[in-house]
Design a protein around this ligand. Structure first.
Ligand code: ZN
Length: 115
């Protein structure tokens, strides 16, 4: 049958082609059903690569979003205004204002107590 996982040979060690370059047993490698063979990169290196890919793509996505905001500044402001004027946006602003007010009062109280 095609795409069947080959039996593990516990005696054979394969050299990882990833970052670690270590010799590892087959169970340290993922089985690739497309290639019908074991991956040349061990599970640990695969994890690392995925993490790096995620971080790089997150950075890229952030950059793209910021670039978009810069290019579409007016539109961005419009979005923000719309949000600020929405019930949810207003609630958030009120909460923020109340918090700042409270903090100011707390500070005042502290200063008064000191004197
Ligand atoms: Zn490795």
């Amino acid at each position: 049958m095609k795409n069947e996982k080959k039996p593990l040979s516990k005696k054979v060690k394969i050299k990882c082609q990833g970052e670690c370059q270590e010799f590892k047993y087959q169970n340290e490698f993922y089985f690739n059903y497309v290639a019908e063979n074991y991956s040349v990169i061990c599970k640990e290196c695969d994890k690392t690569r995925k993490r790096i890919w995620y971080l790089e793509n997150k950075k890229k996505a952030d950059k793209q979003r910021k670039a978009w905001q810069k290019e579409n500044y007016e539109l961005h402001l419009e979005h923000q205004n719309k949000y600020n004027n929405s019930a949810k946006g207003k609630a958030v602003q009120k909460k923020y204002r109340d918090k700042m007010k409270k903090e100011r009062e707390e500070k005042k109280k502290k200063i008064c107590l000191k004197v």
